[in-house]
Design a protein around this ligand. Structure first.
Ligand SMILES: Nc1ncnc2c1ncn2[C@@H]1O[C@H](COP(=O)(O)OP(=O)(O)O)[C@@H](O)[C@H]1O
Ligand SMILES: [Mg+2]
Length: 281
């Protein structure tokens, strides 16, 4: 009903990071607005399940109101700033294992010819840094897109930004949010003086990163963080939601992250390539 902001009694509004409006829970399902990329993402989610990865929403088609239907994933979803219990090394290792299993399941999917992928508003002209795609990855591991059970990451939700990418780019995205690859002043209090090189190595070992991925990570992460800066500024110019994020701190956080990574990158790379459990490749 136009102007009626109240959800029907059997619908519980779900408010995440405030990007997607109109998400509701109905019993054990979630309803989300249909976007141009919805059919592509539902096909991807269906493939993941066929390939044995079930730690993501199950695609359930379109409801009678024309909304996307997904299974509701039980658990707790943290918000920024990350709570202290979501900052342990066991959390990083569990997330790395989850992403490794997602990648291994995604590897065997070829997107349809008419696949449609999302872009943030106003960012179409900014060149990507994840070229030479290997698979379709999640690409948006912000805290609000990770479901915890028993204190550890157990499932991934919100595949809106999934698209063809590299394993390394997807890993770098997760590291940015969870290690995190941020200047100390922009981290959650529990991680202000964290050993970022060590935390990166914990993730790398749990994922089973190859020698080549370890060598290429820091240069790629620097290009990714620089691009985040460009895309968040462009999105802020194009869209009021992203303008709010920009004004509320992104405009300072991104240049600080770039400068910090330029300084700390060498130490992170050195620690990664001397870390013990690495695989070859
Ligand atoms: N399938 C799902 N299962 C469980 N919770 C969900 C699901 N989809 C969304 N949510 C909840 O709703 C919030 C917002 O949904 P999300 O799809 O992440 O939208 P946004 O684009 O706004 O980030 C999530 O952070 C989560 O708490
Ligand atoms: Mg989300």
């Amino acid at each position: 009903m136009p102007g009626d902001r109240g959800a029907p009694p059997d619908e519980e509004p779900l408010i995440g990071d405030g990007v997607t409006l109109g998400i509701t829970r109905v019993a054990d399902t979630v309803r989300r607005p249909v976007r141009p990329f919805t059919a592509t993402i539902q096909a991807y989610l269906a493939h993941l399940r066929q390939a044995g990865f079930s730690d993501a929403p199950k695609p359930l088609g379109i409801d009678e109101q024309g909304r996307e239907v997904l299974s509701f994933v039980e658990g707790d979803v943290p918000r920024e700033p990350l709570p202290p219990e979501a900052t342990g090394e066991d959390v990083l290792a569990a997330l790395a294992g989850l992403i490794r299993r997602l990648h291994d399941a995604a590897q065997s999917w070829t997107p349809p010819r008419d696949a449609v992928w999302a872009t943030l508003p106003g960012t179409e002209a900014i060149p990507p840094v994840d070229i030479d795609a290997e698979l379709v990855g999640h690409r948006d591991y912000c805290p609000g897109n990770v479901v915890f059970r028993n204190g550890l990451p157990a499932a991934l939700i919100d595949f809106d930004l999934a698209r063809p990418t590299t394993r390394l780019y997807d890993i770098a995205n997760a590291l940015y949010w969870w290690v995190p690859l941020l200047h100390p002043q922009d981290r959650t209090p529990a991680l202000v003086s964290a050993d970022i090189s060590h935390r990166t190595a914990v993730f790398a070992d749990a994922y089973g990163m190859s020698d080549r991925q370890r060598r290429d990570l820091v240069p790629l992460a620097r290009r990714m963080v620089h691009r985040f800066h460009l895309t968040s500024r462009a999105a802020a110019e194009a869209d009021p939601v992203f303008r709010r994020f920009w004004e509320q701190g992104v405009k300072d956080r991104m240049p600080r992250a770039e400068a910090w990574l330029a300084q700390e990158g060498t130490a992170i790379a050195a620690r990664l390539t001397t870390s013990r459990d690495r695989t070859t490749g």
